[in-house]
Design a protein around this ligand. Sequence first.
Ligand code: SF4
Length: 323
Amino acid sequence: MTQHIVNVSGGKDSTACYLLALQSGRPFRAVMADTGNEHQITMDYAQGLAAKTGGPEVEVFRADFSERIAKKRRYVAEKWPLKGVPCATIDRALEVLQPTGNPFLDLCIWKGRFPSRRAQFCTEFLKSEAIQQKVIDVTRKSATVIQWLGVRRDESIARRHSPMWQTVRTPGQHVMRFYRPLIHWTAENVFSFAAHHGVDPNPLYLEGMGRVGCFPCINASKAELRAIWRRYPDAFERIEDWEDIVADASKRGAATFFAADVTPEGARMARAGISGARGGPQYPRAKQVAAWAQTDRGGRQHSWLIDAEDDGVSCTSQYGLCE
Ligand code: SF4
């Protein structure tokens, strides 16, 4: 027996994958990992696919870090005093080392830090592991699994050599195969395929978002951050709230969502070893990064030219969705 599983994210590629699976006539399950950092528009879009197309409901899964946080609590209480960590730091960490139910925040509380480009553990724990444990491992006990992934080679250099098919064999489990049916497609192919099936893109693309995963993603470009700040400044408020909580959970008392070297000022402060409010380099805060995203190339002047460009175009999507 073979079980087809389509990974849905609410983005354009996974939507095309879902439609392709539907078009193939094979029965399939559609699954999505909610990181807790998605925009509600994306969640609604993904979960609305079934009603729009007559396909299967998108099943949403969330990673759970309760056990890991409980273990970290015990570690902090028992081991940090032996390492000479100040009592105030330990008390503060124990206060926030509680599961909040938001996977992204809980992951960062557990780790005592945010993910970064060099330590991009978010994808692994929030997406891969959540789907692997809750769906794939369970299914592979009784069936061969074919996972459909909306990956295209022209998306990035890292994906340039992705194969269309890949087989994974694990002792005691049925075979799993990754299938990347869009591997040779362009972004334009993806959008026109969805349009052909009468499915509009995620509305966030029409608001200028280059990608619609985490909102924001730690890897968001300056233009993407600018687009988010213009329309959804509350996203940065939420991230700053998270920064405070994760800072409390960390031994050094500081944690920022974006890397210090994202902004010239943050890079300068990191180089100079300038300390933040609690003794660690607490720069740049999320709203400082948002302010920098409004600046011109040098990163110092607020750019009125950028304002004029953004305000003067009705559809700012970099995929050119205006027809
Ligand atoms: S979208 Fe960005 S922040 Fe979210 S899991 Fe992926 S890399 Fe991490």
